[in-house]
Design a protein around this ligand. Sequence first.
Ligand SMILES: [Fe+2]
Length: 260
Amino acid sequence: MAVAFPPPHVMALSKVQRLYDACDVVFSSPAAAPTLGEIRWLQQLLDGMEAADVGIDDGERTPSSSSDDEQSPKSGRLLPALAFTRITYVHIHQSDDFSIGVFCFPAGATLPLHDHPEMVVLSKLLYGSVRVRSYDWVTELPCSTARKCGLARVVAGDEVRRAPCEASVLFPRSGGNLHAFTAVTPCAILDVLTPPYSEEQGRPSTYFNDVPIPSLPGFAFLEETDLPEDFNVAGAPYLGPDLTVDMDDDDDDDYDDYDE
Ligand SMILES: [Fe+2]
């Protein structure tokens, strides 16, 4: 007997539910690092996603452009991309093992250079164009203060990514673990972080200045810095399809709006 693949009950799930379920399978055993095959699986799921699949109207939407409409009780209520007048985080899910959310940028906005300590991050540009600058540590140096600093290798010098493009992935020591984004046009990046940032667990988000080294092309000196006082990230509600989550690892109740 022929077997349909994927099975009908999987086809009925929203894309964001399929992404959550896959993350739950891959990242809920943090003792084991994800395999390359698992990373590729998640990248493929992200590559199949559009802004409407996470409740955002990128202005390109046609009535049939999202297969999730039938699964979303909130269908028809989308966050309009052009309404984001500053960088806005749309929180979708967070547990101890991973987080899923979307950074939405107005044109010209910059998310300063920051790191992802001991983390794997998968990112999908949902719409628009973004300029990316990224580094990996070569060596962190003892600095005169308690602040982090060191030599880093350039991974992306000043690279413009335009949607649609493939989901990217960064690792603790490769792939551009430190990065900065500047929106060339209004754009949005769907991020999966594993494990999530956690001050208590020694994974704070740290910001850096990068100083080119003229005698060493392809490298820069990074030094920890404070966020500019006028920089903040707004929070917006998630309006996409409802998620059914594994109650054992859900800590969404502890989540506060992402205002800094
Ligand atoms: Fe980041």
